[in-house]
Design a protein around this ligand. Structure first.
Ligand code: ARG
Length: 258
């Protein structure tokens, strides 16, 4: 009788520890869709220093092509959109830790980023460009950047690309516009940044020019936490619907203007 009881207790303890262990493993995972529908909100992470994809409008709100797309995603989910504006190089950590649900930040798909997040279908093809002073006639392309001082936004593909050049001195800024300011002040020789924000920054500064050469070809896509297939399916559906309905082209005209 006694013997039987302790065997039962032992089995109960083993079973219980299995349940507890499973619960702990489950803890690390955020159930995104469950949380989205419970809180009636989906959280986009971005870095609103990247016009025309994300910037602060006159009212101080985050606006731009990505914000417009994110609104469509929230609409499709039937919830409110909340936007968290943070440093570009902290977006993927914020995503992994569950602080945000997706990243819409003109983020280019790279091998390294694919290890830490899942990406939607690409929604825009971009490239890295070089900005120099208008009167600079020594830097005509990438080959002339060797040994030069180059400004970039920290953690971007522009940062990666500039860092590959021989003997360069790369200055990393939290905001692309701050690199542009240092270029104007003569503290650096060039800025390497995505073509669209380059157009915006240069259009507002007539002492600057963009060089012809494309340093890269990249695709922007929306990032979700690894394994968040359900949310990714919704995002891909929204991208497809935008393209099929012609709304995508309207947004391009409205924000990017071509
Ligand atoms: N496309 C570049 C990258 O993925 C730059 C993106 C910067 N985006 C931003 N919102 N600041 O690294």
């Amino acid at each position: 009788m006694r013997m039987k009881k302790s065997l039962f207790t032992k089995i109960a303890i083993i079973v219980l520890s299995f349940i507890l262990a499973a619960a702990f493993v489950g803890c690390g995972k955020v159930d995104t869709m469950k949380r989205v529908s419970k809180n009636k909100v989906v959280i986009m992470g971005t870095n609103a220093e990247f016009p025309p994809f994300e910037y602060r409008n006159d009212k101080g709100e985050v606006d731009g092509f990505d914000a417009a797309m994110a609104k469509e995603i929230a609409k499709e989910l039937g919830v409110e959109l909340k936007i968290e504006d943070m440093a570009f190089d902290s977006l993927l950590n914020a995503l992994a830790s569950g602080k945000i649900d997706f990243v819409a930040a003109g983020m280019s798909v790279t091998e390294e980023r694919l290890e830490n997040a899942d990406f939607s279908e690409a929604y825009y093809t971009a490239s890295q460009k070089i900005i120099v002073k208008k009167d600079n006639d020594t830097i005509k392309g990438k080959a002339d950047l060797e040994g030069k001082k180059i400004g970039v936004q920290e953690g971007t593909t522009g940062d990666l690309e500039a860092s590959k050049i021989n003997n360069v001195q790369v200055s990393r800024f939290k905001k692309g516009i701050d690199a542009v300011m240092d270029l104007k002040n003569g503290k650096i020789d060039a800025v390497v940044i995505d073509a669209s924000p380059a157009e915006v920054f240069v259009s507002k500064n007539d002492d600057l020019k963009i060089l012809e050469e494309d340093l890269t070809e990249e695709e922007y896509a929306i990032a979700v936490r690894k394994g968040d297939k359900e949310l990714l399916d919704v995002i891909n559906k929204v991208i497809k619907n935008l393209k099929d309905s012609g709304k995508y082209d309207e947004l391009v005209t409205q924000y990017i203007g071509q």
